[in-house]
Design a protein around this ligand. Structure first.
Ligand SMILES: Cc1cc2nc3c(=O)[nH]c(=O)nc-3n(C[C@H](O)[C@H](O)[C@H](O)COP(=O)(O)OP(=O)(O)OC[C@H]3O[C@@H](n4cnc5c(N)ncnc54)[C@H](O)[C@@H]3O)c2cc1C
Ligand code: FES
Ligand code: FES
Length: 495
């Protein structure tokens, strides 16, 4: 169906090296990294894996955000999986921006002084991750916080001890921070321009700015691919060499980026980044914190969205077990019409969801309270994978239990990823726990019931037997943590 764009085709425009750059004549799926290295000869930013895994390509993106210092948010992301048009209206910083007047930035100097680089291939990416972290903090981070800032940066030869030493040393050196206000002002001017409809060589990229415009566009162009953080879609282009002739970008729709705590719900807009979504979920229940740190890496969480994770519907997607255990609902929109489904009903089969033609995910709604007033609750979500950071789950499990005042389980919701073609509830195990006191006998019954709930498969990541053993063991871990009374009273949960 033809669509009448009120906004004209125009170049991609973003702040780079102190000025607004206008770019045309590049494919909408050209990555920021390709543009930097091949078109701009800005080769300080390196290419390693091309799939968001190694961090050699880390750059920092600035975007308008009234809650950030001077209204400018700064975040490290992987430039190899970001398409250039997603920069429209934003600011791009690379390693070449750090040294001033021939002097290295204190972070760079500290890397030299601490012998924190050998081959140097990872070094620009590591410095950019540390720079974003440095810019965003008021006080020196702990060693653990520095490790987390580097969770997306792989160094194969130096080892992390000197890198962490350098990062700590940089905090002991007086160091000016970026003047964000003029950049924010420049981005404000860009925001006053019409929204982006960009086209090159028959490929099209739309970046609507309102929910209404998005809904109309989605309805008119149901075959166009929705693009949010591009941490899945970017790999389809880089690794599967997929052609994406038409993209509808969600990142310019502010209404999809809202986070709202009401009396009943936490509502998370579909385009809220994973970093912000996990922070909000952790405010709702500290049981989310560990998963939030184990999901991918910081740069992937800064770009990827909760809506994208849910829509992608991978059987090993990490947010869904927790969301399902917490009774999350997914809000879908098609044109002006919205509907809501329990998240568990959204998944119909392997990579098959209830999304209809012209429909998109608008938000996730997570109930503030799991049980009845006076009940106590316990929520945990754990991911088991071969590496601590940046790895894909063999199994991801989430448990939400509510107890009455005599300690009987009045509500049990257990959901697992990696055990079936979709993230799924363990209904038999839930039944085994219902009405029981949470003791060793009850947990053993629930562990046995898991065998009736799932028939996992063998694949490269894990054998079926291993997955089942892990799922059973996580139930036992839940019981052990319960023994330690590390659980919350409902009325203590505040947001
Ligand atoms: C290095 C690396 C590590 C990763 N680690 C993990 C991990 O630990 N755990 C994990 O679960 N995932 C992981 N992922 C996968 C990915 O980061 C997540 O699935 C992420 O949440 C996808 O979100 P996105 O915004 O980037 O989606 P995109 O890549 O932009 O889109 C993904 C899919 O969702 C669709 N879509 C997006 N938004 C909507 C919407 N609002 N409505 C309808 N459809 C929509 C798109 O059309 C596309 O089909 C990793 C990816 C990388 C590159
Ligand atoms: S090149 Fe490895 S993360 Fe981008
Ligand atoms: S210095 Fe060689 S990979 Fe880090």
């Amino acid at each position: 169906m033809p669509i009448d764009f009120n906004d004209p085709l125009r170049p991609i425009r973003f702040w780079f090296r102190g000025e607004i750059r206008s770019v045309t004549a590049v494919s909408p799926t050209r990555s920021v990294l390709q543009w930097l290295r091949e078109d701009e000869a800005a080769t300080g930013t390196k290419e390693g894996c091309g799939e968001g895994d190694c961090g050699a390509c880390t750059v920092v993106i600035g975007s308008r955000d009234d809650s950030a210092p001077e209204g400018l948010r700064l975040e490290a992301v992987n430039s190899c999986i970001q398409f250039l048009p997603t920069l429209d209206g934003k600011a791009l910083f690379t390693i070449e921006d750090l040294a001033r007047d021939g002097e290295l930035h204190p972070l760079q100097q500290a890397m030299v002084d601490a012998h924190a680089s050998q081959c140097g291939f990872c070094t620009p990416g590591i410095v950019m991750s540390l720079w974003a972290d440095h810019e965003n903090r008021r006080q020196a981070p702990s060693r653990a916080e520095l490790c987390e800032a580097l969770s997306g940066n792989l160094c194969r030869c130096t080892g992390y001890r000197p890198i962490l030493d350098a990062a700590e040393a940089a905090w002991r050196t007086p160091c000016g921070k970026l003047a964000r206000a003029p950049i924010r002002a420049a981005l404000e001017d860009l925001a006053a321009e019409p929204s982006l409809h960009y086209s090159h060589d028959k490929a099209v990229f739309h970046a609507p700015r309102s929910l209404e415009a998005l809904a109309a566009l989605r309805l008119a162009r149901p075959d166009a691919r929705l693009l949010a953080g591009s941490t899945d879609v970017g790999l389809w282009v880089n690794k599967q060499l997929k052609e994406l002739p038409e993209l509808i970008y969600l990142g310019a729709v502010d209404e999809l980026k809202h986070l709202h705590f009401s009396e009943e719900w936490l509502e998370i807009g579909a385009a809220v980044t994973l970093s912000d979504a996990f922070a909000a979920l952790t405010r709702l229940d500290p049981g989310w914190q560990e998963l939030g740190l184990r999901f991918a890496s910081r740069p992937v969480r800064n770009a990827g969205t909760l809506g994208g994770n849910v829509a992608n519907g991978s059987p090993i997607g990490d947010s869904m077990p927790g969301l399902i255990a917490c009774r999350a609902r997914v809000v879908l929109q098609q044109g002006p019409t919205t509907r809501e489904l329990p998240l568990e009903d959204f998944y119909l089969g392997y990579q098959k969801t209830a999304l209809q033609s012209g429909e998109f995910i608008r938000a996730l709604r997570i109930p503030r309270y799991l049980g009845k007033p006076g009940e106590t609750r316990m929520f945990r979500s754990w991911k088991v994978s071969k590496r601590q950071d940046q790895d894909i789950s063999a199994v991801c499990a989430a448990f939400a239990l509510c107890f009455d005042d005599i300690g009987q389980i009045q509500g049990a919701r257990i959901a697992l990823g990696g055990m079936a073609p979709t993230p799924r509830r363990a209904l038999q195990a839930e039944r085994a726990l219902h009405g029981q006191v949470f003791d060793l006998r009850a947990v053993e019954l629930a562990m046995a019931a898991l065998e009736a709930d799932f028939q996992p498969i063998d694949d490269l990541r894990a054998s079926a037997a291993y997955r089942m053993q892990v799922a059973r063991n996580l139930l036992r871990r839940l019981w052990m943590e319960y023994q330690n009374q590390q659980w919350l009273r409902i009325d203590e949960v505040s947001a």
